[in-house]
Every structure is written in structure tokens, then in C-alpha cells.
Design a protein around this ligand. Sequence first.
Ligand code: HEM
Length: 430
Amino acid sequence: MDAAPSGSGAGGIPRLPELDSTAGFLADGYEFGRRRFTQLGTDAFRTRLMGRPVTVIFGAAASRRFGDGRHFSRERALPSTVQHLLQDVGSVQTLQDGAHHHRKSLFIEVLQPAQLARLKDRFAEEWWEVRARADGSPISVPDASAVALTRAALAWCGLPVHHVDTARLSRYLVSMFENAARVGPAHWQARARRRRTERWAREAIELVRSGGLRVAEDAPVAVLAGHADAPQPGDAGGRPLPVDVAAVELLNLLRPIVAVSRFLAFTALALIEHPEWRVPVREDGHGGDRGRVRWFVDEVRRTAPFFPVVGGTARTPFDWHGGRIEAGDWVMLDLWATNHDPRIWEDPDRFDPDRFAGWSGDPDTLIPQGGGFLEEDHRCPGEGATIALMSEFATSFATAQVEVPEQDFSVDLRRFPAIPADRVRVAFPS
Ligand code: HEM
């Protein structure tokens, strides 16, 4: 990239010299924003992506502003191809204000700590099974754990695991987040798989509603099936969610739980590359997800490439870094650059879980799953679940005897989402 900005855009926010930065985004991948923030010495810049004007921002203050529940919606925040494979139409992410609040409370309810303990315990059992079935042969951590997570997520939701082809469902759920950023045949195949999975999810919701499938009252699928829509102006609301919306939200529980497999790949890799962390992780990990196991997991979340950015549309005009953001402007919060911001994280490229001993705890500094407020905005409600699953996995991995075949651990940061080249293959000798 040519480092010289071609003027300041509107106000004090520099504009990149090239007409459109899509090629630069694809060439630099996760590092796209970070390189430009550093070279220009700025917290924000303007450019175009896919022909559309965008302002890219980063840092803790940007995260707070982006997620304060007042300044941004997620309307037109992502290209529609990405949105269809991830959160999808009618989901919590497409809502605002009261309707969002109401729907978000559903996710917060089903993901509360008591529920997470069940999810974590079930995952521990399923991961044990996967390891036992491999019988000492090498397995890929992300691929094998995706199956264990699919089975754990189904059981946790209250759905019968034995009636489902879990290997296939796992492949379908994985293909949604693996292909969201792609175009062409892989993307279209993932869309077709998504439609089939939505059909299955609609049937599951209908079965629960009709009583054809009996589930515990507090099982996530029962809470979801019984959840009523928010009241609308002139309408008391209170009707169950339309079945297609409930099905989309069921997938918004299952798919991201399976996506944690990506973080598990980087958890395993970190324990392989930093074996001195095996003892602290297993010592503290047997007690849950606090202490050094939590530092380790948070350092993996900070450094592992998953979502590079989140997009939003400004709802109201405001001044930012000497420039002006107008209502309707497309803005991207750079998660990767914030998680590597040298003003927050000393020597940000170094893997160092001990840095969390002195961390302020400011939730807008560590934002691999989005920033801002959980209840008022779109911050991921699955952070607790992610941390619980990663802690469980890290403890089990640090306790096990592990053989690591020769392989390529390099990570291509131009690929979304990125993954080590040989998909972290390990064996657990019996
Ligand atoms: C691999 C781990 C995960 C990552 C990297 C991740 C990342 C994210 C990101 C970046 C957002 C968007 C935030 C925004 O727009 O500001 C989000 C939202 C969301 N995530 Fe996660 N997530 C993960 C795990 C989970 C889990 C385990 C669940 C549920 C079981 C979950 C459910 C959701 C939901 C429902 C939303 C939409 C929230 C809203 O719009 O209010 N995620 N996540």
C-alpha cells in the first residue's frame, strides 16, 4: 500500500489513496486495517470496499462507541451473502432497541452459567469418545472437535442426538462459517446445506411445540420454542416466534458452538508451541475456568484469527477523531487490530497469557467476539460458553499424553477464517 493518504476525507479522518481497497483487503487479510492504522498513525480511515464507502475504526474507545446500543445498527452491516450463512434474516442480530433487547434476553437466559456447566460436561464426554474412537491414530483438532461440539450442542439444547446424523450436521454447520466469506461454488453449496439444515431445525421446533418431542422445560430448545415475540406498537405481541425465525435462532445456538472448534485448534497449537503452559493450565483448569487457565484461554482468544471485523450502519451523526460520521454511513470496527493494539497490549504479537495478571478487565480491550455492551448492543452472548468450552478442552489437552506428527502449523492470514495449514493433527496414544 502507498502510505500517503490522499487528503483527509471529510474532516480529520484520512482517506486511503486507492479508489477501492477490496484488493488490499484480500491481499492483507486480517492485517488490512492494522497495517494502515500503523502506517497512517490514525485510529480511523476512510476507503471503499466492494465499491461501497466505509470508515474503518479500531481501539477501545471505538469499540465502546460501536457497541453502546445507540450509535450503530447491524443493518446492511455485512454483505448479504455473508449474512445468510451466519446470523441470517430475522435473527437477533438484525433487530434493534426493544425488539433486540427482548430477543437478546432469550440468548442470555439459555447461556447463563448453570446451563453452561451442562454444555461443558457434555462436551467433555463427547471429546473423550472422539479420542477413544480414534484409538491412537492422529485426528485433526478442529475437525474432530467439531463433531464432539455438534453432539454436545444438540444434547445441551434438548434434542435427541441418536436420531440425527451428527457427522453430517457437523459438516453442514462448519460449512456455514467456513464459506461465509467465499464466493462461487463452495459458497453456493454451503447455502444449499444451510437451507436443508433450516428445514431440519423448523421440524425440530414444530415437534417441540406440538409435544411430539418432550424436552425439559428449561432446555434451550424448549425456551426458544416457547419464546414470545416482543410487543409492537398497536399490538400486545406475545405470540410465539414464527417457526422460521425460531429455526434461525436454533442455528444461532448450534452453529457458533461448533465454531468454537476453530478456537480449540488454536488452543491445541498454543499448548504445543508453549509446553510450559501445560502445568499451569491443568493445575487451575481442574477447578473451572478461572486463574491461569483463563489467562491462557483469553490469550488464545486475543491472538487467534476468527472474525477480523464487525460491520455496522450509523444510526445518528456524530463527530469522531476530528471527522464526521453521518447517519447511514457504513463503519467497520476492526476486532483484530484492537486485539493487537500496542496501546493496550504490550508487544501484541507475543503469546503471553501472563499479561492478563495485570489486565484492566475493560471489556472493550479484548474483543474477539465483538465489543460494547452485552444487553444493550450486539456483543456476542456466547463468550461465557466459548470460555467454558475452551477451558475444558485446554485442561484435557494439557493433562493428556499427546503425540504431534510432523506438519505445517503456518497460518495464512489472508484466509477467512484462518486455520493452521495441516489443521492441527495430534494423536492420543491409548
Ligand atoms: C468461536 C467463538 C465465537 C466467536 C468468535 C463469536 C463472534 C461473534 C461476533 C464477532 C459477533 C457479532 C458482534 C457484533 O455484531 O457486534 C457475535 C454475535 C453473536 N454470537 Fe457469537 N461468537 C462465538 C461464539 C458464540 C457462541 C458459543 C454463541 C451461542 C451459543 C454465540 C452466539 C451469538 C449470537 C446469538 C450473536 C448475535 C448477538 C446480537 O446480535 O445481539 N456466539 N459473535
